[in-house]
Design a protein around this ligand. Structure first.
Ligand code: SF4
Ligand code: SF4
Length: 508
């Protein structure tokens, strides 16, 4: 069943899908996208993991780690092949403070498990991303999240462009960016459509300027010491701001009733600096989405300690029972804090925890360790890295491909179980047409309609030295819609067109 809707304008806001990776046993249950994990957790309230590992330190991976902690799931680690995070530094700092280990310049080598993934192996990589198999680390996990980027869901765009329909795009379908940018681009797409209907409408240029700024990725990371020199740490009460990267964000500025925080430079993108005049209202601590502000209040003292207030977005049961281990911005322990009080702000979905902290470290205390991560920090999930794979690699030539060391497969198309090696064999015959590979292997003919393998096949072609300009792209299948999980749980799908039609008749 379908409807034909007559229109002359469409706003395409079909979002994005997650990119996937090819590695050994990447088909095992328990391995899936970090975005899907967040949907399960945050929308469907399903907690199907107890200890996870994440591949990719972009914003999706970093935020997935944070949401996992909030749900009481241990985060065994995050690995990224790059030497630093591609997500915002404030998101990275936040999870490091809670005790999540981050492995930069590391690549996932393989997953292990029978019924479900139970371990992941990672290895350090050199500047050409070549793994060092002598230094494999194996972690016990029950879920492996892939967070290696998003690709626009824009299959419909081509057919719309061929029609006379006026096309507007919004959100990730337009360009992959942060949620605030996606929401703003939706408003602008609607405004552009309205303007097209009513040419006399005039919009301020500042709207389009804001659109540009919100789309900006994280910019320069400044030296914290240099920025802290510019912050004002004098007075009896002031915010300590741990925000050292250009990012499109400024609620700390707009929420301060005393106008005490200013941005030096672009009003959204540059770094916030505390000037003077703080009244200690803690609104900035409550508002900063990255939990990057604490409030130091020297008016409230106990012995040689002063009160420092920290933002906290967890249930109270996750708080330390005895001692609060204070950390600096990088997650290093710098001392302890003594509980002074807690206030809950249900509307803000956040609490403020006040601790008495040694005055000498009050400005540097960016957060405190989460007891949930104790087992991870103590290394309880690191398995012995000596294994058959490593031994076999050590005993052979450096040309030995890890794909050939045992029979565990690496899949390019998970839906149709198409192996990387089978596709490579076809490519090596000189085939550069993805539709041919599809016909020969069923690549992209599964349930996802080629959405997952469209990115993995690209990397395989690149690995095989094929220039993307000579590749004949896949002919995509028509779009399908997302199916709510309740239907898999037994709820019958009821397509009540009669109801819709009768409503339409009433309206007519
Ligand atoms: S505590 Fe209140 S007054 Fe002080 S900087 Fe933050 S928002 Fe402004
Ligand atoms: S609210 Fe301010 S301190 Fe917090 S992340 Fe945004 S710019 Fe940085």
């Amino acid at each position: 069943n379908y409807y034909i809707v007559e229109t002359n304008s469409v706003i395409l806001c079909t979002g994005a899908r997650e990119k996937y990776l090819s590695f050994k046993n990447n088909h095992l249950p328990g391995i899936f996208g970090a975005g899907a994990f967040q949907t399960l957790l945050n929308r469907d309230l399903i907690k199907g993991s107890s200890k996870i590992f994440i591949v990719g330190a972009g914003n999706v991976g970093l935020i997935a780690a944070y949401h996992a902690l909030q749900a009481g799931i241990e985060v065994v680690g995050i690995a990224d092949v790059l030497p630093k995070q591609s997500g915002y530094k404030v998101h990275l700092d936040k999870i490091k403070r809670y005790g999540v280990p981050v492995y930069f310049s590391h690549s996932v080598i393989e997953a292990q498990g029978e019924e479900r993934v139970n371990a992941v192996k990672i290895a350090p990589v050199d500047k050409d991303f070549k793994p060092d198999y002598n230094k494999i680390i194996t972690f016990s996990i029950d879920t492996l999240l892939i967070a290696v980027g998003l690709a626009e869901n824009n299959e419909m765009e081509d057919s719309l462009k061929r029609s006379s329909i006026q096309l507007y795009k919004a959100g990730d379908a337009n360009e992959i960016a942060e949620a605030s940018s996606a929401m703003f681009s939706g408003k602008l797409a609607a405004l552009r459509l309205i303007k097209n209907l009513n040419k006399s409408l005039v919009f301020e240029d500042s709207l389009f300027e804001k659109e540009k700024v919100l789309k900006l990725p994280g910019g320069k990371v400044f030296d914290p010491d240099e920025i802290r020199q510019k912050q004002n740490f004098s007075g009896e009460v002031y915010p300590s701001i741990f925000c050292y990267q250009q990012i499109p964000c400024n609620p700390c500025v707009t929420s301060c009733p005393a106008h005490a925080i200013k941005i030096d430079g672009d009003p959204i993108y540059d770094l916030p600096l505390y000037q003077t005049g703080c009244t200690g209202c803690a609104k900035c601590v409550l508002t900063c989405p990255a939990l990057a502000i604490t409030l130091v209040d020297k008016r409230k003292r106990k012995d040689n300690k002063v009160m420092v207030t920290f933002p906290f977005e967890f249930l109270d049961k996750f708080l330390p029972v005895d001692e609060y281990q204070l950390t600096d911005i990088d997650g290093n322990i710098i001392g302890t804090g003594e509980f002074a009080g807690i206030k809950h702000f249900l509307k803000d979905k956040r609490s403020l925890i006040s601790l008495y902290v040694d005055e000498k470290i009050a400005n540097l205390a960016a957060g405190f360790r989460l007891p949930l991560q104790n087992m991870v920090i103590e290394g309880n999930y690191v398995r012995d890295s000596s294994n058959i794979l490593k031994n076999s690699l050590n005993n052979n030539s450096s040309n030995l491909s890890i794909e050939n060391t045992n029979n565990d497969p690496s899949f390019v198309c998970i839906c149709e179980r198409v192996k990387v090696e089978d596709v490579k064999e076809i490519i090596r015959l000189g085939i550069k047409d993805i539709n041919f590979i599809k016909a020969a292997t069923r690549l992209s003919m599964g349930a996802c309609g080629g959405k997952t393998c469209s990115t993995t096949i690209t990397s395989i072609l690149r690995e095989e030295g094929i220039n993307k300009n000579v590749v004949e792209p896949n002919k995509p299948r028509p779009l399908i819609v997302e199916v709510p999980f309740k239907y898999f749980a037994g709820n019958k799908v009821k397509l009540n067109f009669d109801n819709i039609n009768s409503k339409k008749k009433e309206k007519d």
